[in-house]
Design a protein around this ligand. Structure first.
Ligand SMILES: NC(=O)c1ccc[n+]([C@@H]2O[C@H](COP(=O)([O-])OP(=O)(O)OC[C@H]3O[C@@H](n4cnc5c(N)ncnc54)[C@H](O)[C@@H]3O)[C@@H](O)[C@H]2O)c1
Length: 278
């Protein structure tokens, strides 16, 4: 087959022929938007998880209604439990045979206190989900990816890809904010983890990147009216002077997972309306 013919064929196919995996996929936040975005982009095999079984079920139902051809594996659980994480990754590989695009969104807010006011329990809670949970999940994903053959890229010029991981960190992993030390540190850890994994797993054909969202309009920060009032000034000091939407973060995650990002490795991509420009 000529190269032109093979390129034409590839361009008519989805960028996501493999299996997508998203944590924190319930509700109406970034994980939910990312799960929908993968299926909208033609990915037909998707695994989703969240600690909240009710809202996870709603995400799965809403995807199935819009895209009846999508195969969805939705299992609720706690990503800070290594038993749950290892068992769920095992179920994904058993059902779909592999996993290719992993977006690790599950996270919790910190206690909203400075360090001397923060209890050990509050510190441990935020780190158990944001840092330990991200490490447990990406560790299990890397192990599974290392056992599978790479998938061809969307064009013949680029190398095949064995897998891509996108960890959702935060702009607060890069810059500080008052009364957020435990949360900022947990997200800084996610950025450092991403960079080191990117170095260690490049040789295996796996890319590991992270996204550092700015203020995104999700239930995470918007549950109460006073939350909204407290957070708005942080959105308004960014050059774009608005909150971001979950689908704007999802689009960045899909790019980083796709083979269009074939030379992007260990990057901490800000998606924050210019809040952090360095
Ligand atoms: N919204 C923002 O402004 C913002 C900014 C920067 C970073 N982030 C990060 O983006 C990610 C997604 O947040 P979001 O804004 O979409 O909020 P969200 O609350 O919609 O999503 C977080 C999800 O994680 C789930 N979760 C919490 N603990 C869990 C656990 N132990 N195991 C499994 N799932 C668990 C929640 O149930 C929830 O569905 C988080 O990691 C957050 O830190 C959000």
């Amino acid at each position: 087959m000529s190269k032109r013919k093979s390129d034409e064929m590839a361009s008519s196919e989805t960028m996501f022929p493999g299996v997508a995996f998203i944590t924190g996929a319930a509700g109406s936040g970034i994980g939910n938007a990312t799960a929908h975005a993968f299926v909208e982009a033609g990915c037909t095999r998707i695994a989703i998880t969240d600690i909240n079984p009710t809202t996870l079920d709603s995400t799965a139902k809403s995807i199935s209604e819009k895209y009846p051809n999508a195969q969805i594996l939705a299992v609720a659980g706690d990503i800070s439990s290594s038993d749950f994480v290892d068992s769920f990754i095992g179920q994904v590989v058993e059902k779909f045979g592999r996993l290719d695009y992993c977006v690790n969104c599950a996270g919790v807010l910190g206690p909203g206190k400075d360090s001397t006011s923060t209890s050990l329990e509050e510190f441990d809670k935020v780190n158990a989900v944001n840092y330990r949970g991200c490490w447990l999940t990406s560790r299990a994903q890397l192990k599974a990816m290392m056992r599978q053959d790479p998938l061809p890229s969307h064009d013949a010029r680029r190398p095949a890809q064995r897998g891509a991981i996108v960890n959702i960190a935060s702009q607060l992993g890069i810059v500080g904010r008052p009364n957020a030390a435990a949360y900022c540190a947990s997200k800084g850890a996610v950025i450092a983890l991403t960079r080191s994994d990117a170095i260690d797993y490049s040789a295996h054909g796996i890319r590991v990147n992270c996204i550092c969202p700015g203020v995104i309009e999700t239930p995470f920060i918007m549950t109460k009216q006073e939350d909204r009032e407290a957070i708005l000034p942080f959105a308004e000091i960014a050059p774009m002077k608005r909150m971001g939407q979950p689908y704007e973060v999802a689009d960045a995650a899909l790019f980083l997972c796709s083979t269009k990002a074939s030379f992007v490795q260990g990057h901490a991509m800000t998606v924050d309306g210019g809040y952090v420009i360095n």
